[in-house]
Design a protein around this ligand. Sequence first.
Ligand code: PLP
Length: 371
Amino acid sequence: MLGAVNPPVFENSLFTFETAGELGEAIKNEDERYVYWRGTNPTVDLAQRKLAALERGERAKCFASGMGAIAATISSLVKAGDHVLVLGAVYGPTTQFLRYLEKFGVTHTHVDDLEGCDSAIRASTRLLYFESPSYMAYAVVDIAEVTAWARERGLVSVMDNTWSTPIFQKPLTLGVDLVVHSLSKYIGGHSDLVGGVVVGPSRLIRPLALTEYQLYGAAMSPHDAAKVIKGLRTLPVRMAAHQERGLAVAGFLAEHPAVRTVNYPGLPSHPGHAQALRQMSGFSSLFSLELDTDSRPAVAAFIDLLRYFRIGVSWGGFESLVNAPALSTEESVRATMGIPVGLVRLSVGLEPADTLIKDLGLALEGVGPLA
Ligand SMILES: Cc1ncc(COP(=O)(O)O)c(C=O)c1O
């Protein structure tokens, strides 16, 4: 508009019409027509069109958070009596949401692989949900294989692609029906935004946009949509920089004697590396490492010695972050999830790799012999 290099932000809670008939017609198609901000907004629409194009999907719907997108997507696909298969480790609140759905008669089973899917599938199973790389362990799922398995059995597949972003992985082209993202991570990229999106075919997005989007009220604001659009402009260059730093930092840690393992699919030593190369064109910079210790105080001492990795939740921003489930997750939850005490999660930001490596090296030295 007017040759503006930045599209305007439409701050309109509502849109008006010439006649009552026009309004009635717009309300019937409220997923596409501008009526009220809780349903549609031109700036949000622009972000949606960009995200759909990037993911190679027909349509996208943006939400006020990643969890807003995940909750609405799952809810739109199941009804009382249905069953959901969850493959591999997924983001904690996604599991919590599935547990919450139990009170509405929707059940779920966690499985580790396709054999697990074969044993756990029921006549009532509707949905296969997974992440690749998976949560905390960063295990790689053969996306084409599992989506073919799901399709043969009439299940809808939903995948969280937040880790890779559409720059490095396009799950819809590998057979996934719906892709969800937290936009709060790499896509936003500046730690100034919380948002989510679901992308896929119109036949699945339209009902969701008309029902769950309107009723749950987790609509994205136009201001956040403008930040998403801004994030998308630099996403490819930021992802290239994250990858370069992620590989350098993970490579350094993998060689360090105080580190048992590094769970980073970009390293050739990672068990999912070969599969990752078949379905991904690059690697982001969130990964975990296991310190050679089973002592919580030792993990805490290591983290406290870091200067450039700031302690915090979330990931995917310009700033490097560190977090450890042993210190931030309830002990029983950590143990049930099989997460080792020494596991530390790093989100490698955009600082120079040698600065980050030096920081980690000094902290590993400073903490002394690990017990
Ligand atoms: C893999 C993954 N998916 C989804 C979410 C939820 O996103 P949001 O925090 O935007 O609700 C997160 C948040 O940390 C995440 O790590």
